[in-house]
Design a protein around this ligand. Structure first.
Ligand SMILES: Nc1ncnc2c1ncn2[C@@H]1O[C@H](COP(=O)(O)OP(=O)(O)OP(=O)(O)O)[C@@H](O)[C@H]1O
Length: 213
């Protein structure tokens, strides 16, 4: 669960958010939509990186986001899909499961299933630097799921995925939702958002955040 209270953010005197509040519950998938440049990425950054906000409070599973302990309660896949390029897929996933203190045997079983679903088995011992955009998306999604974090915050997770992989990711995220996770993702394709998520949150021209579905 994520609660946002009175969040404000400006860049160089230009307001992106002015005292925005909202709450995102466990067991729900939220799509974040809005025009290019309106503030979707900024909102996800501010939720996950408290130093980015000007004022306000973000509470993650009842823990203030400025507290180190809150870091274990979410997994953030940012806009940039150029992370951990010097690790192989397998090394990266091992790193994440250890960082998030997941039980190794359980993680191994889950990893096997995810690699199969995402068709990443052959690439798993290759450096992430050599992955295509879609493969990078999938390895970061696999990491998000393996982390066991209850709040998944995903910036444009469907970018670069082929139609079959979009369906696979939809199914896997829906399973995590049904297991009790909160999933928040930004998306440009409103149709995709409406089809698959439980609630659509829109940032409008006045930079207000409202639920439209
Ligand atoms: N580091 C920064 N410094 C100054 N302005 C920034 C910075 N990052 C973002 N902005 C501005 O803040 C606004 C919101 O940007 P943001 O990337 O959050 O939009 P977005 O809704 O995610 O856009 P898109 O749909 O194109 O991905 C934009 O006008 C952008 O130019």
């Amino acid at each position: 669960m994520i609660q946002i209270h009175e969040l404000s953010k400006s860049y160089g005197g230009r307001k992106i958010f002015d005292r925005v509040s909202c709450q995102m519950e466990n067991g729900r998938i939220y799509a974040l939509v809005g025009m290019n440049g309106i503030g979707k990425t900024t909102l996800l950054q501010v939720i996950t990186q408290p130093e980015c906000m000007d004022s306000g409070t973000v509470i993650i599973d009842h823990i203030e986001s400025r507290s180190f302990q809150s870091k274990y309660h979410f997994f953030y896949v940012p806009d940039s899909k150029e992370m951990f390029l010097n690790l192989t897929g397998r090394e990266y996933l091992r790193f994440i499961t250890r960082l998030y203190r997941q039980e190794p045997e359980k993680a191994e079983i889950m990893q096997k299933g995810l690699l199969e679903s995402f068709r990443l088995e052959e690439a798993i011992d290759t450096y992430i630097a050599n992955y295509s955009l879609g493969m990078k998306q999938k390895i970061y999604m696999a990491a998000a799921l393996l982390s066991g974090a209850e709040n998944l915050i995903l910036d444009e997770p469907f970018n670069g995925l082929d139609p079959e992989s979009v369906l696979t990711l939809n199914e896997i995220l829906a399973e995590r939702r049904d297991d009790g996770a909160m999933i928040l993702f930004s998306v440009h394709n409103l149709e995709l958002a409406l089809d698959f998520c439980d609630e659509v949150m829109r940032i409008d021209g006045e930079h207000n955040l409202s639920k439209i579905q």
